[in-house]
Ligand binder design. Structure first.
Ligand SMILES: Nc1ncnc2c1ncn2[C@@H]1O[C@H](COP(=O)(O)OP(=O)(O)O)[C@@H](O)[C@H]1O
Ligand SMILES: N[C@@H](CC(=O)OP(=O)(O)O)C(=O)O
Length: 459
């Protein structure tokens, strides 16, 4: 059997949902369906998840939320109208949506999570009704009853292992099971969402839980490209890649597949196929346990970049001899309850790279003051506009001149490299550059390794 996840772009309008219905109809193995919230219909449109965040904020601040509720409802209404559904489904959606404003929550974080989750929740109810109306046997699955158990933070959940025991009790078959993506419940019954883009995670969890033969992830591009298609014109299509390559590329910016979503697929050894709802005949990209065929012409599978980082640079002579320097630094991070992403070091230097989206201005200010006071560095600098470029390929470990070519492509174009890290993961080269240089850096590296419109053939 297959688990099939449809992203927000695939469920944005009635017309898109009709394509989804045809995709489901075309293959009886597509037994478990995962829905996102309706996404953007056009450039500049607002995703329903973002409207729900706005709704939650307006309720918290006691400002007028009615226009937001109407805007959200209109999104579901348009899909319902397209299929001429009887009124009861939309009435149910409207009641759930409006009821949110008067529900009491433990705190603002729990409230935000519950509001956000309604994007996928209401869509799963709607899609189950559409499928039934189209003569396909289907039922809505409540993540609470199905046993999707999570821990962690209300808006950044981690899956609990008992989920898999619970899911193993369920049976997919002729009746398609429609699950809302993006959220689960703590053992105490609180609703927590995964990080943004987390419907991909739900799809992967269900793939493992149902021991699926394949996890199909339907989106709005023909495949995963070797570089972001908004940065490089007509980038090469990746036909096949390994789980490890996908993890590194999605971590570093390939937003097409959420970076944590590969983990349940790895644990369940379920292959993932990223495909296009608008062109379902195209083979898409297959992500498999391991994938390596030596291709001396192109050892690289993809180049990703992300501007979501900041860095703290520390310099102190004889740092290499100082016992406990890093320990003291880590204790400071622990006091502020923050994690770091990377920590490349030199003889007398240390750079600590953070995910900027997890830090606010006040925390940065206090953190820097604390580091200065406790460790007295000779020089310290907070670099706010830091980008990481990740050059990824199983072939890198087998091709000694890759790093030289990457460096040349940047230096020849006057792009300053602030950090290089190769070897920690044998399949990637990580580079730190100024955020403003990131897109140009990706383009220059891409041109060095790929021909225009080339298709990577790592098989
Ligand atoms: N390397 C890449 N390959 C394919 N798409 C990419 C890549 N990097 C970024 N993207 C973007 O990811 C988008 C799809 O992800 P997303 O918007 O989350 O889809 P969905 O709505 O299906 O969840 C594509 O439209 C594309 O612009
Ligand atoms: N709707 C959620 C979760 C998600 O996965 O959405 P999408 O499939 O549209 O990326 C979000 O916007 O974060």
């Amino acid at each position: 059997m297959k688990v099939v996840k449809f992203g927000g772009s695939s469920l944005a309008t009635g017309q898109q949902v009709n394509k989804v219905v045809n995709i489901i109809k075309a293959d009886p193995d597509r037994q478990v369906i995962v829905t996102s919230a309706p996404g953007k219909r056009f450039k500049g449109d607002t995703k329903v998840t973002d409207l729900l965040i706005q709704y939650a904020t307006q309720v918290q601040q006691q400002t007028d939320y009615q226009p937001t509720v109407q805007a959200i409802l209109a999104r579901y209404q348009a899909i319902s109208d397209y299929f001429e559904l009887p009124a009861d489904t939309l009435n149910q959606i409207q009641a759930k949506l409006t009821g949110l404003a008067t529900t009491t929550f433990t705190d603002a974080d729990h409230q935000l999570a519950a509001f956000k989750a309604h994007g996928e929740w209401l869509n799963a109810i709607l899609i189950a009704a559409v499928l039934t109306h189209q003569g396909i046997s289907a039922k809505f699955m409540d993540p609470k009853t199905a046993g999707i158990r999570v821990s962690g933070q209300p808006n950044d959940a981690d899956i609990l292992p008992e989920t898999y025991t619970n899911l193993a009790q369920l049976h997919a078959g002729d009746t398609r099971l429609v699950f809302p993506g993006f959220f689960g419940y703590t053992p105490q019954g609180s609703l927590f969402t995964f990080a943004r883009g987390g419907s991909d995670i739900t799809g992967a969890i269900l793939s493992r839980g149902f021991s699926a033969d394949l996890y199909e992830n339907f989106t709005d591009v023909d495949a995963i490209y070797a570089a972001n298609n908004h940065v490089v014109d007509h980038p090469a299509i990746i036909q096949k890649m390994s789980y490890r390559e996908m993890r590194e590329l999605s971590y570093a910016g390939f937003s097409v597949f959420q970076d944590e979503a590969i983990i349940p697929a790895v644990q369940g050894q379920v292959p993932v196929n990223v495909k296009n709802t608008n062109n379902p005949e195209a083979p898409g990209t297959l992500i498999v346990p391991s994938q390596f065929v030596f291709n001396p012409a192109c050892p690289i599978t993809g180049i990703a970049s992300s501007n979501r980082f900041s860095a703290l640079y520390l310099h102190r002579y004889l740092l290499n001899k100082e016992v406990g320097f890093t320990l003291k630094l880590l204790e400071i991070f622990q006091r502020y309850n923050i994690s770091y992403e990377h920590m490349p070091s030199g003889i007398d230097d240390l750079t600590i790279i953070f995910d900027r989206s997890k830090l606010d201005e006040a925390t940065i200010k206090h953190l820097c003051a604390d580091v200065r006071k406790t460790l007295a560095p000779d020089y310290m600098e907070w670099i706010d506009d830091y980008a990481i470029i990740m050059v990824v390929g199983e072939g890198i470990a087998h091709n000694v001149d890759t790093i030289g070519k990457v460096i040349d492509s940047l230096t020849e174009n006057n792009i300053a490299i602030h950090m290089i890290n190769q070897g920690a993961s044998r399949i990637s080269i990580m580079l730190g550059v100024q955020a403003g240089d990131a897109d140009n850096a990706v383009r220059q590296i891409y041109q060095t390794f790929f021909q225009p419109s080339e298709v990577t053939t790592h098989d």
